[in-house]
Design a protein around this ligand. Structure first.
Ligand code: ATP
Ligand code: MG
Length: 569
């Protein structure tokens, strides 16, 4: 490729709409362009990087024996109705009608389609296991598309689905995929770590997310300083605290707290700490409302609560539902409830201490509420988000440190959720019919590329890891008009390309500074300069983007030097 012909509209200024570095640099380097919120054009350089990432994914998955398929984006509603997700998935599922008024969705994930494919073709345990993957466009009508390819509405995902006769077989494939994911991210120069994740409401199943550490990451990860256990905040178990000391003898007293519906309001108004208050939340599962208690300074962890209550469809009560229970939003307390409600209390609430809670009347709170004494019955469990300083629930010794991460991949033991709902069965060795056991495995392609930029950049631009670079070598001709400089550049370029080293020739008019700026912004790992001194010394300048080093190299030695740099990368 000649730079003079490359379609890469680069920008000097940082685009205002882009908040994170990878998004800014992808726009500035002319890799992507926004068409609508969360919807992007991939320009030649962007697409090239994406294709290189995909090639690595393919290679590593094929090694595990997984086979590539391609499913449609447009999926008939019937399949989603069979699994029950047509109603359950919510607004992220983009639904459309065809000319016959039939319902379809754009697949945000493909468990339904693949389960249908496999159930139609598999009869016997002898045909299992099977592991199928695709690299395909997904559509999710995200509520907050942002950060460019990191969280978009249309994006490329590698999704794989495995089918098994036994849980041992699932465990083996899960482990193969786990290892393949590590290899994929490592090969791309990405430091990604696997963390325990919430396995959703199906329970029992194992799940791991691959996280890239980044300040701008949307996920909170807790890492134990002692045992190094790492978990997504949704799954980070906290050690059960042991409380000593006798029961408080504070007397329950109602106090007026006008216009204090939040914990922050009431703590400030009564001049107390948020940790002196009780947060009372009402959640609903089906027809059952539950009162949930937390220390005022703690946050509810919905996945944990869902699991404890075995309530997959748990949600916050609406304002109307709260009123129907005779309660006042912002002033709810567990003592003297107008109606009996099941109560669950987070384990970090000291049952013998006194707290401030809502008074169950408008604009008032009750002080001196001692859970053990003043709440009729309640269940205790770990239902809050862990934060830095909390004791790890895995080793019960070390403290958690909270870090930010970008979820680039997710692997999951699904079990029989979809096969049961969709009647995907096989005959086992004894001839009895069983639901097929499933696993699923996703990697966000665009998100991984964006994460690679978050980890590999400097103030000048992107510093591509060689395996992802849109071009590995940028051959820069300082002055194409100078005697045969362009000829020298062309012959170097040709040698590189003939030797399968993906290269570009900067044959443009313009100052050398201008060419360096583009090279550094786009982030080519190696630049070879046919510069001013070439005529006299016969030396080329070889510049390494990552280290900033510059070496003088004779044309004869160039190919070997570059090969060495690539091999020792
Ligand atoms: P998140 O919690 O970030 O929304 P998710 O749990 O919904 O992700 P999965 O359903 O596990 O994601 O999808 C598999 C992978 O697809 C994710 O690990 C992520 O890398 C990628 N991904 C998910 N949503 C998006 C999106 N809106 N834009 C880009 N990539 C995405
Ligand atoms: Mg999501």
């Amino acid at each position: 490729m000649r730079f003079s012909q490359l379609f890469a509209p680069t920008l000097k200024e940082t685009p205002k709409e882009a908040e994170v570095t990878s998004h800014q640099l992808m726009i500035r380097a002319g890799m992507i362009r926004q068409v609508a919120s969360g919807i992007y054009d991939l320009l030649p350089l962007g697409l090239k990087v994406i294709r290189k990432f995909e090639a690595i994914v393919r290679e590593e998955l094929n090694k595990t024996g997984a086979q590539e398929v391609l499913m449609p984006s447009l999926v008939p509603a019937e399949l989603w109705k069979e699994s029950g997700r047509w109603d359950a998935y919510g607004k992220e599922l983009l639904r459309v009608k065809d000319r016959m008024d039939r319902d379809y969705c754009y697949g945000p994930t493909h468990e339904e389609v693949i389960t249908e494919l496999v159930r139609a073709s598999v009869r016997s345990y002898k045909q299992l296991p099977i592991n199928l993957y695709q690299i395909q466009t997904k559509v999710r009508d995200e509520i907050r598309p942002r950060f460019g390819l990191m969280r978009s509405r249309e994006f490329t995902m590698k999704d794989a689905y495995s089918f098994h006769a036994t849980t041992d077989s699932l465990d083996a494939t899960y482990q193969d995929m786990f290892n393949a994911y590590h290899r994929i991210f490592k090969r791309c120069g990405l430091t990604a770590s696997a963390v325990s994740a919430d396995s959703g409401a199906i329970g029992g199943s194992e799940s791991a997310e691959f996280m890239v550490n980044a300040e701008t990451g949307e996920d909170a990860i807790l890492v134990c300083g002692a045992c190094h256990h790492a978990a997504n905040v949704e799954a980070a178990a906290i050690s059960t605290p042991i409380f000593s000391g006798s029961e408080s003898n504070a007397v329950m007293t109602n106090v007026e707290t006008p216009n204090c519906p939040t914990i922050a309001n009431v703590a400030a108004f009564l001049n107390k700490e948020e940790s002196d208050t009780l947060k009372s939340l009402v959640l609903v599962n089906g027809k059952t409302a539950t009162l949930v208690l937390l220390r005022g300074d703690h946050e509810l962890n919905e996945p944990k609560l869902r699991k404890v209550l075995s309530a997959p469809d748990l949600r916050f009560a609406t304002d109307d539902e709260i009123r129907e229970l005779g309660l006042f939003k912002g002033y709810i307390g567990p003592q003297n409830l107008p109606l009996e409600l099941p109560i669950i209390c987070d384990q970090s609430v000291n049952p013998n201490a006194d707290y401030i809670a809502g008074a169950n009347t408008i604009n008032a709170h009750t002080t001196g509420v001692v859970p053990n004494r003043d709440i009729p019955t309640f269940k205790v469990a770990d239902i809050r988000n862990a934060k830095s300083g909390d004791v790890c629930g895995q080793c019960n010794a070390g403290e958690y440190d909270e870090q930010r991460g970008i979820e680039v991949g997710h692997i999951f033991k699904l079990g029989t959720k979809y096969s049961e709902a969709m009647n995907a069965v096989f005959l086992d060795q004894n001839g009895s019919s069983k639901p097929i056991i499933m696993g699923c495995y996703g990697i966000g392609v665009g998100r991984s590329v964006a994460a690679a930029i978050e980890q590999n950049h400097d103030e000048k631009g992107i510093v591509w890891p060689i395996p992802l670079a849109p071009f590995i070598v940028d051959v820069i001709v300082a002055n194409p008009k100078e005697s045969d400089h362009l000829g020298v550049g062309e012959s170097i370029y040709k040698t590189l390309v003939d030797n399968n080293i993906d290269s570009i020739l900067d044959d443009r008019e313009g100052s050398i500074g201008f060419k360096f700026k583009d090279a550094e912004l786009i982030g080519f790992p190696i630049q070879v300069v046919v510069g001013k001194g070439f005529k006299e010394s016969g030396d080329l300048e070889l510049r390494i983007r990552k280290s900033g080093e510059a070496l003088a190299v004779k044309p004869k030695a160039l190919l070997d030097t570059i090969r060495n740099l690539i091999d020792n990368n």
